[in-house]
Design a protein around this ligand. Structure first.
Ligand code: B12
Ligand code: SF4
Length: 459
């Protein structure tokens, strides 16, 4: 029996979407007749206490743990617990964090982890389950005689259509609320393509899905949506591909098929401002798309260039205009605290955000994720003063230990600019905040807000 676990995250919020990576692994394993159980302990945190009993009952041959950086410390704890109770069980770790730092993952697990799978996990996990010799399985790392062995680099899965649909039936699908603004529930996400040819400095995506953009057959993508409607009663879906809109013909084909089948489903997608045009947006709207999320990131061209975003501020404005004209709402992601960030560049970002005024928005303090250019460029600096991966949280609170790199602004300063950012898009929020500072006698903060606002309004 194979037990796949999504470890709890270091933050209080429970996940909004299911661990699709584990569901893909489960599906491939199940198709080869392995018995598989998936436990989402990030969602069902109360079940963590049951783990010793579950391990004793099930006695899995393999435990597979996935996870983002914020989950990795808990993955280590679970791995050690498994090893203590069932020393002969193979513990495998994969997912974005382990893929970015495979050797560190083995070291830091302090004996908990036997094998790390870097990159897409479906076939490596199957090969491990089938008992193939480890040195013949591409893309894995393991310890042998106290030395970490690395096998040949894996090739990304060229034909995504050979993968079965993820085994969502092994997860409590109706307990996931869905991320961000939603029109209808229940909702879930799917992945129509993998990979992204861009190389944004803060993005760790290459560690898992690589640069090559691989697309599924549009008919199979729409089959999956129909399956989500028929089997799980989904009324809204999100495409969480790295870059759903990279190839126009692919997007048009998916949209045409959705229209042809008269699928009455609301949907949304992640995009890039330089990959859309009027025709694509109209087709998306007609097919039921109501929201597109764009990484505008910054209103300063210098910062966009510093982070290798390969997009212009003018393209940001044009994407906002075209999307609104097509009758689709848009979500704007903005970053604060990038390489070379100053108050002046932050104000450029806030002005861009105010001008295009997205329907929904999020400002995030840049986080040098393992696997990204930023992490590797600033690695030594990042690890000074960092004691645990649990410190790595981009929605940091004051006195946070989250590392910021490439700017002289401190986390506390960035947090205050972030507060200003939200206020600059919502005047009532601004007034409420100002009154709160005044009532609490925080004259300095109130004065700072007023002077920032005056400067921001001066062009
Ligand atoms: C949807 C999504 C979200 C959702 C939900 C996340 C959740 N846990 O509920 C929301 C929007 C809430 C979100 C939030 C965040 N996210 Co997010 N998110 C994604 C996104 C777009 C899709 C995830 C997905 O379904 N992928 C599809 C599956 C098939 O891929 P996969 O999970 O990677 O699985 C494959 C491999 O990793 C591997 N694998 C996975 N698990 C295992 C286990 C074993 C045993 C093995 C062998 C292999 C294996 O095999 C799988 C199949 O090939 C990814 C980007 C992406 N395209 O993957 C980012 C991504 C995962 N998110 C990321 C980040 C940074 C965050 C945030 C920290 C954002 C922030 N700035 O604060 C938060 C933290 C959330 C949390 N709770 O920890 C980073 C992770 C980097 C890292 N090292 O941690 C990613 C990779 C984006 C990026 N380009 O940098 N996120
Ligand atoms: S941020 Fe988006 S466009 Fe940039 S490399 Fe990552 S997935 Fe690609």
């Amino acid at each position: 029996m194979i037990l796949l676990i999504n470890p709890p995250s270091a933050i209080k919020d429970i996940p909004d979407i299911p661990p699709l990576g584990l569901a893909y692994l489960a599906s491939v394993l199940r198709n080869s007749n392995f018995e598989v159980v998936v436990l989402d302990l990030d969602l069902e945190r109360e079940r963590l206490a049951e783990l010793p009993r579950l391990l004793a009952d099930w006695r899995p041959n393999i435990v597979g743990l996935g996870g983002l950086t914020l989950q990795i410390e808990n993955a280590f704890k679970i791995a050690r617990e498994v090893k203590e109770r069932l020393p002969r069980t193979m513990v495998v770790v994969g997912g974005p964090h382990a893929s970015a730092l495979p050797e560190d993952t083995i070291h830091e697990s302090l004996g908990g982890v036997d094998v790390v799978v870097a990159g897409e996990g479906e076939y490596a996990m199957l090969a491990l389950a089938q008992g193939r010799a480890w040195d013949e399985i591409p893309g894995i790392y393991y310890r042998q005689d106290n030395v970490i062995q690395r096998t040949a680099s894996p090739s990304p899965i060229a034909n995504l259509d050979e993968l079965p649909l993820p085994a969502r039936d092994l997860l409590p699908m109706h307990r996931y609320r869905g991320w961000g603004p939603l029109r209808k529930r229940p909702t879930t996400h799917l992945i129509a393509s993998r990979g992204c040819p861009f190389d944004c400095a803060y993005c760790s995506e290459k560690a898992v899905f690589s640069r090559g953009h691989r697309r599924r057959n549009p008919l199979r993508v729409v089959d999956e949506i129909e399956h989500l409607v028929d089997r799980f009663g989904m009324r809204e879906v999100s495409f969480y591909d790295d870059l759903f809109t990279l190839h126009k013909n692919f997007v048009l084909a998916v949209c045409q098929e959705m229209i042809r089948r008269r699928l009455r489903i609301e949907w949304k997608a992640l995009s890039r401002v330089d990959t859309i045009d009027r025709e694509m947006l109209q087709a998306m709207r007609e097919a039921g798309c109501w929201l597109i999320s764009y990484g505008f990131e910054s209103g300063s061209q210098q910062i966009l260039d510093n982070i290798r975003k390969k997009q212009t501020v003018a393209q940001c404005r044009e994407a906002a205009r075209l999307t609104r004209a097509a009758g689709i709402r848009f979500f704007g992601f903005f970053m604060i605290g990038n390489i070379g960030e100053t108050e002046s560049t932050i104000f450029d970002t806030l002005r861009l955000a105010r001008d295009i005024h997205p329907d929904y928005w999020q400002f995030t303090i840049t986080r040098p994720d393992p696997g990204s250019f930023l992490y590797h460029a600033y690695r030594d600096e990042i690890h000074v003063g960092m004691s645990s991966w649990d410190d790595y949280y981009a929605f940091a609170r004051e006195n946070s230990r989250m590392p910021v790199v490439g700017t002289d602004l401190s986390v506390d300063q960035l947090l205050r600019y972030k507060e200003l950012a939200y206020m600059s898009l919502a005047p009532t929020h601004f007034i409420r905040r100002l009154v709160t500072h005044l009532v609490a006698g925080r004259w300095g903060r109130a004065g700072e807000l007023l002077s920032w606002t005056a400067r921001l309004n001066k062009r």
